[in-house]
Design a protein around this ligand. Structure first.
Ligand code: RFL
Length: 376
């Protein structure tokens, strides 16, 4: 058994763990990232793609936004397709901000490269088996003693189980449907976020790269990929979305997202701290997961470097609850029968207090929930 020591042991090389490692390492803190998968696998995982302005500001502050600023695109509108109507909302103009579009796995690649350049690459292919006494990370053949253990190991990680059973509280919500998540080639880039309310179920179309789009289809809870062969996916997308606008090409990935959310508390117990999806899993409806993960990491880095960890859990839980509340209301709206939802969508997309509240929540420019909440 090899034994190593570090000041901060970080489990997981996703956006949360990588941003944290970079911010701490730059400030001279000794830290080590342990990741269970290979580098190739981590760098190929296409997931999120919408970054809020404040997330980009965090990345910029830590010198991590170079390629994103050069190659990312920006957009500031979304459209609701409902009962034969197209209701456009220019949320950037309505008091929000633009989103940056930059695929998560490109960002992960940039973050790993930055750590490598700094001489502190993550260790790949090292699954963490357990965290003991909140300060020892145990792997096969390796023990890492740490002053702090930071669990950034995502929705299926092990670190949250190191919270004492009597203390750990989990709030979970399972939705009565799932989503088919598709990555596919497009002949013309998806220009903005499109939400389609359809009698066959919700469908969504989101930008990723000029040549790739992200598509979502509501399906029955418990469906498996075998229920959604390529021809069925294509047929269903064509029924629910205006595909001619983008020219759908080859499907690259079809997977089922189990639609659920989970918040695990406390985010911190002594020197064990959780960040990102390890602490909170939201549905992708509001595009909040990666943004929250990066905000957790930067708050945590600032706390460890300057003020101490008091307040980290309180601040982040408040932010997570706001994001969850937004995602939840949006999800409810998107799964209503189109005829029933149309009046509320008209209200939401007409300039006024509802539209402004939505715009600010969607883009993270409102720290407090606005008084004039939009209805769903
Ligand atoms: P990650 O990215 O899941 O990284 C966790 C890392 O921990 C590793 N790991 C372990 N390593 C060592 N030992 C163990 N025992 C380990 N267990 C796990 C994992 O291999 C992994 O590398 O978590 P992080 O850093 O908290 O980042 C969270 C985001 O990845 C997540 O919130 C988003 O991807 C969610 N999400 C979206 N978020 C958005 O902000 N906007 C979006 O549009 C959006 N779309 C999505 C999404 C997530 C999706 N999936 C598949 C979950 C679309 C999809 C399809």
């Amino acid at each position: 058994m090899r034994r190593l020591r570090t000041q901060v042991g970080i489990v997981g090389a996703g956006p949360a763990g990588l941003v944290l490692a970079h911010a701490l390492g730059r400030a001279g803190v000794d830290c080590l990232v342990l990741e269970r998968h290979s580098r190739a696998r981590v760098e190929a995982r296409a997931r999120a793609g919408l970054l809020e302005e404040r997330t980009v500001a965090h990345l910029r502050r830590h010198g991590l936004a170079g390629r994103l600023l050069a190659e990312g695109t920006r957009h500031g509108w979304c459209e609701f397709l409902c009962a034969g109507h197209r209701l456009r909302m220019d949320y950037a103009a309505l008091g929000g901000a633009e989103h940056w579009v930059y695929p998560q796995h490109w960002l992960v690649r940039d973050l790993i490269a930055a750590l490598e350049t700094a001489g502190r690459p993550p260790r790949f292919g090292v699954p963490v088996l357990a965290v003991e006494e909140r300060r020892r990370i145990r792997c096969d053949g390796l023990e890492l003693d740490c002053e702090y253990v930071i669990g950034c190991d995502g929705a299926r990680g092990v670190t949250r189980r190191a919270l004492p059973a009597g203390l750990r509280r989990e709030t979970t919500r399972r939705y009565p449907y799932d989503w088919v998540a598709v990555l596919a080639e497009v002949a013309r880039p998806v220009g903005g976020v499109l939400y389609a309310l359809h009698e066959r179920g919700f469908a969504g179309m989101m930008p990723r790269t000029p040549a790739i789009g992200r598509f979502y289809l509501q399906c029955a809870a418990g469906d498996t990929p075998a229920d959604w062969p390529g021809p069925r996916v294509r047929a269903e997308l064509a029924l629910r979305l205006p595909l001619a606008e983008v020219g759908l090409g080859a499907l690259h990935e079809v997977r089922i997202l189990r639609m659920h959310s989970r918040i695990t508390r406390p985010f911190r117990h002594g020197r064990l701290v959780l960040a990102g999806d390890a602490a909170h899993v939201l549905t992708p409806s509001g595009a909040k997961g990666m943004n929250l993960a990066i905000a957790d990491a930067t708050d945590l880095a600032d706390s460890l470097l300057h003020g101490g960890l008091d307040g980290y859990g309180r601040r982040r839980l408040a932010a997570v609850r706001r994001a969850q509340d937004f995602s939840e209301r949006l999800l409810r709206l998107l799964h209503r029968p189109p005829d029933e939802a149309l009046p509320d969508l008209r209200l939401l997309t007409a300039p006024g207090p509802h539209a402004t509240a939505f715009a600010r929540e969607f883009t993270g420019t409102s720290e407090e929930t606005d008084d004039a909440q939009w209805r769903a």
